[in-house]
Design a protein around this ligand. Structure first.
Ligand SMILES: Nc1ncnc2c1ncn2[C@@H]1O[C@H](COP(=O)(O)OP(=O)(O)OP(=O)(O)O)[C@@H](O)[C@H]1O
Ligand SMILES: [Mg+2]
Length: 120
């Protein structure tokens, strides 16, 4: 199992969520974050005062997936998050040691599979 952690633009999220769901990968967590990549802060004037902005809003998309789903999930995110402009984001991939479904106590990859009665 791997965890995909993708920092993406807000504008790209709906298309990414729809595509992943269509691919059978609807399980995810999303948070609003502020971050910076390699660029230094940029300076803009606000009411006559120059302010340097270091952090920009991004979405953090987190997904635990089977090893066999990593490449196609990442390909979908890459295709739909890419504009070619700075700030398109980054994707990090981690190895997951274990996963546990709290309701049943099941462990491992079975926790990621579709199951009867899934509605949320
Ligand atoms: N090394 C990192 N560690 C943690 N979060 C990061 C890292 N790099 C980027 N991020 C997150 O990803 C967001 C987008 O990064 P960004 O796309 O600007 O990366 P970049 O390296 O500057 O590439 P680009 O030149 O395309 O802008 C950041 O705002 C931050 O939330
Ligand atoms: Mg950047």
């Amino acid at each position: 199992m791997k965890k995909i952690e993708a920092f993406i633009r807000h504008e790209s999220f709906d298309a990414i969520r729809d595509r992943l769901a269509t691919m059978g990968l609807p399980s995810m967590s999303v948070s609003e974050v502020k971050g910076s990549g390699r660029q230094q802060g940029y300076t803009e004037s606000y009411r006559g005062a120059k302010t340097t902005i270091f952090l920009r809003p991004k979405l953090k998309l987190e997904m635990a997936v089977d090893d066999g789903d990593v490449d196609r999930a990442v390909d979908a995110i890459l295709e739909l998050a890419h504009t070619g402009e700075p700030g398109d984001g980054k994707i990090f991939i981690f190895t997951i040691d274990d996963a546990i479904r709290v309701r049943t106590g099941e462990r491992g990859e079975v926790v990621l599979a579709p199951h009867e009665g899934a509605h949320t």
